[in-house]
Design a protein around this ligand. Structure first.
Ligand SMILES: NC(=O)c1ccc[n+]([C@@H]2O[C@H](COP(=O)([O-])OP(=O)(O)OC[C@H]3O[C@@H](n4cnc5c(N)ncnc54)[C@H](O)[C@@H]3O)[C@@H](O)[C@H]2O)c1
Length: 366
């Protein structure tokens, strides 16, 4: 059936090539619920990175791809220029899909960010212009939760200070009070944002016999709380009682500067802050001040308020660990994210609802 459908539409296209030059024709086999696309022209897609081979295999088969390959990131001007004739865009979290970009790309049908966080995409603007916005949720949960724990352990046990000391060649040998840190086991973990990744972080706490508190805009189902031994508390209690606070909220107007001067004041002087969510969730100036005044014991950050810049007051501090936004950066996970992105595009252009469409309902996608 699919084969016959393709033959028919190819025959039609041969007879009226002009009319079909830029048309993507779908023929539906309703009995099998499948679609066939006439291979007249492939949709043009811009990817602001070469992605990974596993994703490129999929994309190259279905689309006419334009990959940005230079080592330097694509400039905004170049992005606006290249996207002008594209039907799809695959971008990264530091490329904004906003009114300006959408206006510059009148043919655009899908904007895909290779990240779970989608604060770089103006979803409402996409909906207004009938552009499907997609992200990559779920595949990075465990890798990111592992990394939040990496930071938590490293800051509590002063891992990087120890490493720096050893490399300096000045370590005089063991002593009783060298680099004494804070215990992790048996302490209280506060998870702010109890979604996919926050729950993953909480799950790992049971191996350390920790008490888990969480705060979220929405309370988790009872069975989840039971399974993860997690107690739902208001934000104030979380700030006051936690020994470690790990942030897992998306960046939204009401989570911007959630870690403010005022909330840092509520934390224990012995507490540590871990941020693998988004940089602007933390007021970096307030954090630097809190550390300077010993209001909290330390902070481990993977994300920054003004990436790629870091507040200079944090750079020289020994009670801060800084990593370059790599919480999801395992080869396996980044590959899965890229493949997921590719499959979202394939779904849309085959007439299916992209599995990770953020505005599917608003656009009435079935
Ligand atoms: N550092 C990294 O490389 C990295 C990797 C993955 C994800 N992230 C970030 O982590 C975030 C969380 O990812 P996820 O997959 O767990 O998302 P998720 O949607 O599963 O969970 C987010 C949770 O935050 C809650 N929330 C929303 N607004 C809130 C508010 N105002 N107060 C309290 N809770 C609120 C939601 O109810 C939800 O439970 C992403 O949005 C992304 O920004 C960063």
């Amino acid at each position: 059936m699919r084969h016959r459908a393709l033959l028919v539409c190819r025959r039609v296209a041969r007879r009226a090539p002009d009319a079909f030059a830029n048309l993507a024709v779908y023929v539906t086999n309703s009995a099998r619920g499948s679609f066939a696309r006439c291979e007249l022209t492939k949709p043009k897609i811009l990817s602001t990175r070469p992605l990974f081979p596993a994703a490129r295999v999929i994309l190259d088969q279905h689309f006419e791809m334009d990959y940005w390959t230079p080592h330097e990131r694509i400039s905004r001007d170049e992005l606006l220029k290249r996207v002008a004739d594209k039907e799809g865009l695959i971008c990264l979290l530091n490329e904004k899909v906003d009114e300006e970009l959408l206006a510059a790309a009148p043919k655009l049908r899908i904007a895909q960010t290779v990240s779970v966080g989608f604060d770089n995409i103006d979803v409402a603007a996409c909906t207004r212009r009938k552009v499907v916005a997609t992200n990559t949720p779920g595949v990075l949960d465990d890798t990111t939760a592992d990394f939040a724990w990496t930071l938590l352990m490293a800051i509590a046990r002063r891992l990087l200070e120890g490493d720096t000391w050893m490399r300096s060649g000045t370590w005089p040998g063991w002593d009783l009070d060298q680099l004494v840190g804070g215990d992790v086991w048996g302490k209280t973990l506060g998870v702010l944002g109890f979604g996919r990744i926050g729950r993953g972080v909480a799950r790992r706490a049971s191996g350390f016999n920790m008490r888990v508190l969480y705060s979220d805009a929405v309370r988790a189902p009872e069975d989840v709380e039971r399974e993860l031994h997690a107690e739902f508390v208001d934000r104030d209690r979380l700030f006051r009682e936690s020994d470690f606070i790990s942030l897992h909220v998306p960046l939204l107007p009401d989570t911007r500067h959630l870690i403010s001067h005022e909330n840092l004041e509520k934390m224990k002087r012995t507490a540590y802050l871990v941020n693998t969510s988004r940089g602007p969730v933390v007021d970096e100036a307030a954090l630097a001040e809190a550390l300077e005044n010993r209001k909290i014991a330390g902070a481990a950050l993977d994300v920054y308020e003004h990436e790629p810049l870091v507040n200079p007051a944090l750079l020289s501090r020994r009670d801060v660990i800084l990593t370059p936004h790599i919480a999801s950066a395992s080869l396996e996970t980044r590959t899965k994210m890229a493949v997921m992105a590719a499959n979202n595009l394939v779904a849309l252009f085959e007439g299916r609802r992209p599995p990770n469409a953020l505005n599917a309902d608003a656009l009435g996608l079935k």
